[in-house]
Design a protein around this ligand. Sequence first.
Ligand code: LLP
Length: 422
Amino acid sequence: MDHFQIINGVLHVEDVPLPRIADEVGTPVYVYSQATLVRHAQVFRDALLNAGVDNPHIAFAIKANPNLGVLRVLAKEGYGADVVSGGELTRAMAAGIAPEDIVFSGVGKTAEEMVQGLKSGIGQFNIESEEEGRELAAFAETMGLRATAALRVNPDVDAKTHGKISTGKAENKFGVAYDRAAGIYGRLAHLPGLEMRGLAIHIGSQMSSLEPLEAAIGKLGALIRDVRASGNNVTHADLGGGLGVPYQRDAVLPPPDDYGAMVARATKGWDVRLMFEPGRVICGNAGVLLTRVIRVKASASNTPFVIVDAAMNDLARPALYDAWHDFDAVAPTGQTGAAHIVGPVCETGDTFAMGREIDTVAANDLAVFRTAGAYGATMASTYNSRGLVPEVLVSGDRFAVVAERIMPATILDAEHVPDWLD
Ligand code: LLP
């Protein structure tokens, strides 16, 4: 069931009409549906359980949506967290996620971040290089601890997604080279500061086919056998995230059930606890970016520019990855027409769509960019001295501001003119 529905001609998130949020919080604003988040969390887990994956460890990749309210929803669903920075670790803990359910990924963990992770007692470090593993082992030993860890391997598989979000090819910075992985694992396993327990992969994001994942999982299986053959333990395998979501109404993506069945098939007989790091598939379709049309401007052609108050600083994905987000009027009249959808920021990259057939909208109308719950607010910036976009969580007929709008004046307050310029 969809929690974004037109009721009496007006788009609602659950039972809340979007104009009410626009009136009270202003625009642009991200709006999330709690029921959708919960449903996606359950569907993903059920897909694994129904396929026979026993006791999966699911760590939400909180980079996709690190909002505290959102994390709290997922914590209550029993989700752990995949974090990639000290800031994300702090958030995960603040949301009430148990430290043992936190996985620390990331190719450039700093000394401070490793120590923070050790002090917090997190469940697993995903080590991305032998150098990092040795550093982590040394810190742990000094602190009288052993860091529980997995080694992230780069399986050299093309995820067949956008180049900027593809992570599993040999030339990408992530993980250790596949051919060297067994050797590195063995050497790290001998360090007293490390408890090596597993192997990890993550080959890319917004994957629209399961084949690359299945290929990568196959290579991981062969590696687990090699590592065990040389006398080392492997009790955990982290399969990362990467499942795509439909950004266009008619797009067909692999359903979670197919993913679960593929995982069960490809990992048969591994005798490990499987771990997962889904991000987008949990929160992508649970959010919209609510925006107001500033004005409609005639162009040199017959196609007008619809200038909205959201911009590339609020939703960077179209500018960064040429990403598509469906655009719908909050109170559609039934009329449609071709338009260019742009924001107010002063560069041509601030374009959400060119020549797209959309609901006809006029100045002051409200509209939404769909599927904006993942990699939306978290990638916002203050470019053009715009504020930071707020976030709202809806549950039934209630809503709460879960991240306030940070006004340009507040950002200015953190800047200083040096005394020599006084
Ligand atoms: N695990 C690791 C180690 C990751 O690097 C990522 C995402 C995930 C899990 C979660 O992947 P997901 O299930 O969300 O695909 N900003 C880009 C996406 C970057 C993804 C980075 N890593 C976008 O807006 O498309």
